[in-house]
Design a protein around this ligand. Structure first.
Ligand code: NAD
Length: 340
């Protein structure tokens, strides 16, 4: 067993997703059964007691891999030497808040946190942003950590959208989720995202589109289901959960964040997955935007790489472009605030 623990920082450690994350990380679900962890929980003063209480519970689990838990409201302490930073704490949209207000409030969180990561984190830190608006928060954090930390160490979570898409397909095709490969979420983690199944396959490499046509009574019926049911349901799943559960997605979001980091660190062994990473101009996406792409990781320390060369038809291209346009508008809004 490796003896030197990996430092993992969770911001919003007193919140719901933070609570769902920390026990699974401490149990080894994220970094594997032989990598001890040191957890750092960052909170604002109002959230400190909740995070401290969670830390007591962590101790009571007596997890063999958990070496230490620190709770702090100081970003420089929280990110000191951190290898994996999971930025969950964010400012939620309050009643009457315009999108620009939301972006500004969160830039006020993710700017200073990015700066602190640049100042004190491990030089090989990996950062995943969960707190919304996740893509643009990651853009702000990456810009604020520069030049100390390369921007490609920052990513944002679209794995929850990816897993939701897989879950929907598994249900309609009556297969298990692990039989579905190569689904892609393109664009922003928002209602404009484009969940794309046109490259997706079953274990025998047969096309999911063909399987849907067979199941739903022809190509036209499959296309209608994708347009009218699947895409709106995946993109609107967060709202559906709030309506049914009375509260936003928590365990599924934490699960997706664990999947995101685990695949990035240990390798994505099941073909492509989805993550929002810093664009290098792939698929015509403006450089620097944090955009969801098909990605893969070999688990060799180089992080996620974008899988290039997938083809779009005109309708798919239009959907993806609309989501990229939204990312451009968000970037321009934070630029106008003088943040970038
Ligand atoms: N990307 C995704 O797929 C996805 C999915 C679900 C939720 N989310 C987002 O995750 C975020 C957290 O959700 P939640 O349910 O845990 O919310 P929550 O309100 O339960 O917890 C958020 C916690 O963050 C803390 N916090 C606020 N500002 C902070 C700061 N500057 N530093 C450290 N901590 C801070 C709060 O005190 C609170 O304890 C929200 O923005 C939510 O929209 C993203």
């Amino acid at each position: 067993m490796a003896s030197e623990p990996t430092t993992v920082t969770i911001t919003g450690g007193g919140g719901q997703i933070g609570y769902a994350l920390m026990f699974r990380i401490a149990a080894g679900d994220m970094l594997g059964p032989d990598r001890p962890v040191r957890l750092r929980l960052l909170e604002i003063p109002q959230g400190m007691r909740a995070a401290e209480g969670a830390a007591l519970e962590l101790q009571d689990c007596a997890f063999p891999l958990l070496r230490e838990v620190d709770v702090t409201d100081d970003p420089l302490t929280a990110f000191n030497g951190t290898r994996i930073a999971m930025l969950v704490g964010a400012r939620p949209r309050a009643a009457g808040m315009e999108r620009g207000d939301l972006l500004a409030a969160n830039a006020g969180i993710f700017g200073p946190q990015g700066k602190a990561i640049g100042a004190v984190a491990d030089g090989d830190v990996r950062v995943v942003v969960v707190g919304n608006p996740a893509n643009t928060n990651a853009l702000v954090a990456a810009a604020s950590a520069a030049p100390d930390i390369p921007a490609d160490r920052f990513s944002a979570l679209t794995r929850l959208d990816h897993n939701r898409a897989v879950g929907q397909l598994a249900e309609v095709l009556d297969v298990t989720p692990d039989e579905i490969a190569d689904v892609v979420i393109w664009g922003n983690h928002s209602a404009t995202q484009f969940p794309d199944v046109s490259h997706a396959i079953l274990p025998d490499a047969s096309s999911i589109l063909d399987a849907l046509a067979e199941r739903l009574g022809g190509e036209a019926a499959a296309a209608a289901w994708l347009d009218d049911v699947f895409i709106p349901r995946v993109a609107g799943r967060g709202a559906e959960i709030i309506e049914v559960r009375g509260s936003s997605s928590v365990a599924s979001a934490a699960n997706a964040a664990i999947d995101h980091v685990r695949d990035e660190q240990l390798g994505s062994h099941r073909g492509m997955t989805s993550a929002a990473v810093v664009s290098r101009g792939e698929y015509g996406v403006p450089e620097g935007l944090v955009c969801s792409f098909p990605v893969t990781s070999r688990g060799d320390g180089h992080g996620y790489r974008v899988i290039e060369g997938l083809r779009f038809d005109d309708r798919a291209r239009a959907r993806f472009s609309a989501s990229v346009d939204e990312l451009v508008a968000e970037r321009d809004a934070v630029r106008a605030l003088g943040v970038l």
